[in-house]
Design a protein around this ligand. Structure first.
Ligand code: BJ8
Length: 422
């Protein structure tokens, strides 16, 4: 990797601590990713992105800022990227997926809380995440209680705008969400100094739709009998989609899809015949949280789809591109976003339908319900999901686990027993 120390210094990062973080990632990535056999050639691009995770993209953000551009950091798939890109700004996903940031998060948050929140706050406090340091404004949302209250604490360190996401999907909630998107649009215009016109928004909607469509194409290749790509690799690609340059991401992922489709034609697979096909559903897996996928794929399973926000919830619905004016465009966006079935909504029957539909579409043999510890919404929703899956005769197992590797052996044993009975 090139020398980025001056760049990191200019972002006011803790270089010493950052060195510690950089020291562990290559080996961790090598063990989990580069050890896989018969990976598609096209994965070289994503290897490169990971090797430059705190380098090249950060330099691009810095160049954008030098030209007067702004950077927005978000934590949830409900924050509309279309609005950000329509103002010639850049949006990056900031959820923390590493154990490294937990101790710093615990300095200001209770220990018994979701690791995603602790790691996200810790990433900021430790001064070791150049994405946090590059963001001009963080955008939070009122999804779960943990996040909601964490924004108040983060606000002490860096400015944050909070979008009030409704918790139900009635007509009046839709009206409220439209309003919230408008308020966010005003905020983005104010910070960037750029007016979001109908034309600019249409361009951004098309761009983000294209990004979602290429992810759909990628995921479609995982419906094949012979799996051309591992679940781990697919997860990595979705994680990268949250912060990579959208145009480059679309181009590279399209190339990869062509390779994968050719593999399907030739009947090539990255897994042995008889490997159990697993649908993972639950809480998102922020980079570099590859733990569950790695355990599944080294225990006789293959992840064929993720019904998570680092999976299908991120790209399934596209926004309307044909709206006649800006109000209609925003309405279209609100509709698109309220189609996401997060457990923070009540009721949330749509998620159960999604899980059953995806199980069938991806020809899965079983479902793993994944929850981060202290995530009440997903943990509670398990009961209803399990009952529905039992009724359909779909095998399901719940795994609750944080980012540490302490429970890896125990999870592996449970997975092997589960795959055995599928
Ligand atoms: S739309 S899943 S990205 S809120 S895991 S922090 S819910 S305690 S992340 Fe999420 Fe948006 Fe929903 Fe998706 Fe809280 Fe649960 Fe932690 Fe979570």
């Amino acid at each position: 990797m090139a020398d980025y120390r001056d760049l990191w210094k200019s972002l006011d990062m803790d270089l010493e601590k950052h060195d510690q973080l950089c020291a562990v990632l290559p080996e961790f990535y090598g063990d989990i990713y580069l050890s896989q056999e018969n990976r598609p050639e096209g994965m070289n691009y994503y290897n490169f992105v990971v090797s430059e995770i705190h380098g090249l993209r950060i330099k691009e953000l810095a160049e954008h800022k030098e030209k007067g551009g702004k950077v927005f950091g978000s934590f949830c798939v409900f924050v509309p990227d279309e609005i950000i890109f329509a103002a010639d700004a850049i949006g990056v996903g900031l959820c923390g997926g590493s154990d490294f940031w937990i101790p710093d998060g615990e300095k200001v948050l209770p220990r018994n809380m979701c690791p995603l929140i602790k790691a996200s706050v810790g990433a900021k406090l430790s001064g070791t995440c150049p994405y946090f340091q590059s963001a001009d404004l963080l955008v939070g949302e009122t999804t779960c209680d943990g996040k909601k209250k964490a924004w108040e604490i983060l606000d002490e360190y860096t400015p944050i705008h909070v979008m009030d996401l409704p918790q139900m999907k009635r007509e009046k909630d839709k009206i409220h969400w439209i309003d919230e998107i408008k308020i966010f649009k005003d905020k983005v215009e104010e910070l960037t100094g750029n007016k979001i016109t109908k034309e600019k928004l249409e361009e951004a909607i098309k761009l983000i739709n294209k990004k979602r469509a290429v992810l759909q194409r990628l995921y479609n290749t995982r419906k094949a009998e012979n799996l051309p790509i591992s679940g781990k690799d697919a997860l990595l690609i979705t994680q990268i989609a949250f912060y990579d340059d959208p145009n480059r991401f679309i181009e590279k992922t399209t190339e990869l899809c062509e390779e994968l489709e050719a593999r399907i034609e030739k009947g090539e697979s990255v897994f042995k015949e008889g490997t159990k096909r697993i649908l993972v559903t639950g809480t998102p897996m922020a980079i570099p949280n590859w733990k569950l996928h790695h355990l599944i794929e080294t225990s006789g399973g293959a992840v064929v789809c993720e019904e998570t926000c680092t999976g299908s919830r991120y790209f399934e619905n596209l926004a309307n591109e044909e709206a006649e004016n800006i109000d209609e465009q925003i309405k279209g966006l609100a509709n698109r976003y309220l189609g996401i079935n997060c457990a923070c909504f009540t009721p949330n029957e749509g998620r159960i339908d999604d899980i059953i539909r995806l199980y069938k579409e991806y020809k899965a043999d079983g479902v793993i319900y994944y929850s981060l510890p202290f995530c009440h919404t997903y943990a509670l929703e398990y009961k209803k999901v399990k009952e529905a899956l039992d009724k359909e005769g779909i095998p399901v197992m719940m795994i609750e686990s944080d980012y540490s590797l302490q429970d890896a052996g125990q999870i592996k044993t449970r997975l092997e027993a589960f795959f055995e009975m599928l």
